[in-house]
Write a protein that binds this ligand. Structure first.
Ligand code: MG
Length: 285
């Protein structure tokens, strides 16, 4: 195949060239040199080769402080009512105590869970152990946040809520533990009477069509702004007794625990969630 940049006048050397032909050849060679230079430049990596401009990320207006819900959050409790919640056991209206902008556990009732179900999300939740709390170990301000409620009672994946301020217990059962699976990296607990904050990234497990596990659940969590769980892979739902094992499920509610320990009930406030996409939407080429 003939090179497109070699003028035909040069291929046939026996052909005599008049001035006009010489001018044409010169012009063609100029074009070819320019094209070669352009080609060389095209093969050289450029900054813009790896720039992505679309889709443009949605604008989210942050809260007034980093504790407050951003504009795209779903408020699960904003101090007014518990209408976003139902009994985890029979799905009747939640019967916890709403007062003074707080949601306090009703230990005579059962766990409560959200009416809505979620897959992957960012959760913000604040909780307070009452001043003067009594008891020890697991019987001192015990509650919990189930990141996916897979059934009634304590079925699901619990990040522990407990008074872990000067209160020894098994470390994979202290506050901010993934119950019986991962202790927190550190103990960032505030003392009773002060508010604690969890910010959690939940990545739901995925399952194959035959129901077997495809990818495990992952949790990243901050306790009072301190990293306590760093993308840990869960072994299955959290269990009080026995070894965890996955069972296929879909989107699930978020559940709060009414634990039966005899200590005074804890309170929650300012609960919001931001559903997240299943996977990153944009890849750099
Ligand atoms: Mg608990």
């Amino acid at each position: 195949m003939q090179d497109a940049c070699v003028p035909r006048a040069h291929v046939n050397s026996s052909e005599s060239l008049d001035m006009k032909a010489t001018g044409t050849v010169a012009a063609m060679m100029f074009v070819c040199v320019a094209a070669s230079t352009a080609a060389a430049q095209n093969t050289k990596p450029r900054p813009e080769d790896t720039e992505v401009w679309k889709p443009v990320p949605a604008v989210v207006t942050p809260g007034r402080t980093d504790l407050d819900a951003p504009s795209d959050a779903i408020k699960l409790f904003d101090g007014h009512d518990e209408s976003a919640w139902v009994s985890a056991d029979d799905h009747s209206p939640a019967r916890w105590d709403v007062h003074d902008g707080l949601l306090t556990v009703n230990k005579k009732s059962d766990n409560i869970e959200t009416k809505r179900s979620f897959t992957n999300y960012q959760l913000h939740i604040e909780w307070r152990v009452p001043e003067g709390i009594t008891g020890s170990g697991q019987a001192r301000g015990n509650s919990g946040v189930f990141l996916a409620s897979t059934g009634p009672g304590d079925d699901g994946y619990e990040i522990q809520v407990l008074d872990s301020y000067n209160n020894a217990t098994y470390v994979n059962g202290q506050a901010a533990a993934i119950y019986k699976q991962y202790p927190p990296l550190v103990n960032a607990m505030r003392k009773p009477g002060e508010w604690n904050v969890y910010d959690v990234i939940w990545t739901a497990p995925t399952f194959k069509s035959d129901g077997s596990l495809d990818t495990p659940a992952y949790v990243t969590a901050f306790h009072n702004g301190v990293l306590v769980q760093n993308h840990v892979a869960l072994l299955g739902p959290t269990l009080y007794i026995g070894k965890p094992a996955y069972k296929a499920h879909g989107p699930e509610p978020i559940k709060l625990q009414a634990h039966g320990d005899p200590s005074a009930p804890i309170s929650f406030r300012n609960i919001w969630v931001r559903p997240l996409p299943d996977a990153p939407q944009v890849h750099v080429p």
